[in-house]
Design a binder for this molecule. Structure first.
Ligand code: TYM
Length: 355
């Protein structure tokens, strides 16, 4: 039985500063996966148009995210780093997926509801179709694994739904052309062209919350800069933001159960665990019974120790624009070859006249 070759894909939008949530929830995982899998990491510039069509500095934002990937330790020679718009096959497959997916599926996406707000009729069609492009990003490489933060879970479920519907709708053609791969779906073994991609979500930092409000996710778009730690923050700002982080008056508990109903405390413990690469339980073992006046300075020291070298590397790499551009251009070429190989078969499956 043939199987899909394990391949990791993930993307980050070039909008605003990268923050600790992006770093712990996604980029650190990208780095770790390089040792065990082939990886493709993409700066998804076309997705960023759904939030803001006219950008002053999209090119520089794209370079900044690339610099963050490289500064964190992603190796662009062993793996692939590029920006989405260089590989037009993403947009081509997204169009086909727009015809596979149903409007109802898109309407149910919580991120669409949040971003569109009350005036949904006035949201761009791109915002509604966003998950279709995301599915295309992943499936144009027939990627099997996608490391992301918890907020992308629903989009990845939709990616599986799209893959499954494509595989079903075209099952006879896929079998006729002999391009299917066998895979397990529940108890059944089915034959499909696209894999049902597995999300890689989890660990103590899958959902980092705002430092000002433990019920809101840490986000690039929060108006308060005190709500997040940016990857470009210097040591003083990092310490200040942790010192000012909202907490409650209780000491830290010794066990996980004691964090129930204490979202701010749980968040800081999760951040410590993510940075130190240990479990939340292990953090509580060390700090259980301590006040925040003890825990916060320890967390600030750890955050500075782990983040300052990344920020320094980011500055150094950003200064070498020619290098960053060369990485993206080389990555784009290699990604383009893989994507075109998939699309040739997709066009055949659909019956588009080509060649
Ligand atoms: P984006 O650019 O919003 O975020 C990049 C990554 O950071 C994670 N993340 C977080 N993780 C933990 N806590 C947080 N507070 C937090 N905030 C963000 C996100 O989950 C993400 O992994 N739709 C995607 C980009 C995308 C993509 C793809 C991802 C486009 N195509 C294909 C994977 C595969 C997004 O907007 O991520």
């Amino acid at each position: 039985m043939t199987a899909f070759k394990p391949l990791v894909f993930s993307g980050v939008q070039p909008t605003g500063n990268l923050h600790l949530g992006n770093y712990l929830g996604a980029i650190k995982k990208f780095v770790a996966l390089q040792d065990t899998s082939d990886c493709i990491y993409c700066v998804v510039d076309l997705h960023s148009l759904t939030a803001q069509l006219v950008h002053e500095d999209l090119k520089d934002q794209t370079r900044a995210i690339t610099a963050a990937f490289l500064a964190s330790g992603i190796d662009p020679r062993k793996h692939i780093v590029f920006n989405q718009s260089r590989v037009m096959q993403h947009a081509e497959l997204a169009w086909i997926f727009n015809c596979v997916a149903r409007i109802g599926w898109m309407n149910r996406m919580t991120q669409f509801k949040d971003k569109a707000g009350k005036d949904r009729e006035n949201a761009s069609l791109g915002l509604l179709a966003y998950p279709s492009l995301m599915a295309a990003d992943i499936l144009v490489y027939r990627a099997t694994h996608v490391p992301v933060g918890d907020d992308q879970k629903q989009h990845l479920e939709l990616t599986r739904d799209i893959a499954q519907k494509f595989n079903n709708d075209f099952s006879d053609r896929i079998a006729g052309l002999g391009v299917g791969v066998e895979m397990k779906v529940g108890e059944e073994t089915v034959n499909g062209f696209f894999p049902l991609t597995e999300p890689i979500i989890g660990g103590p930092a899958a959902r980092i919350m705002s430092l000002r409000d433990g019920s809101k996710k840490m986000s690039k778009s929060d108006p308060s800069d005190l709500s997040r730690i940016n990857l470009t923050d210097d040591a003083d700002s990092i310490s200040k933001k942790i010192r000012k982080a909202k907490t409650d008056p209780e000491a830290l508990p010794g066990e996980l159960d004691g964090l129930a109903g204490r979202p701010e405390a749980e968040n800081l413990v999760g951040i410590y665990a993510g940075l130190a690469e240990i479990s939340k339980e292990a953090v509580l073992k060390e700090f259980g019974g301590q006040q925040f006046s003890v825990f916060k300075p320890a967390l600030a020291d750890l955050a500075v120790e782990k983040l300052a070298p990344v920020a320094g590397e980011m500055r150094r790499i950003s200064g070498d624009r020619a290098y960053v551009d060369a990485v993206l251009s080389d990555g784009g070429e290699r990604a383009g070859l893989l994507a075109e190989a998939t699309m040739k078969t997709v066009r055949d499956i659909i019956g588009l006249l080509q060649g």
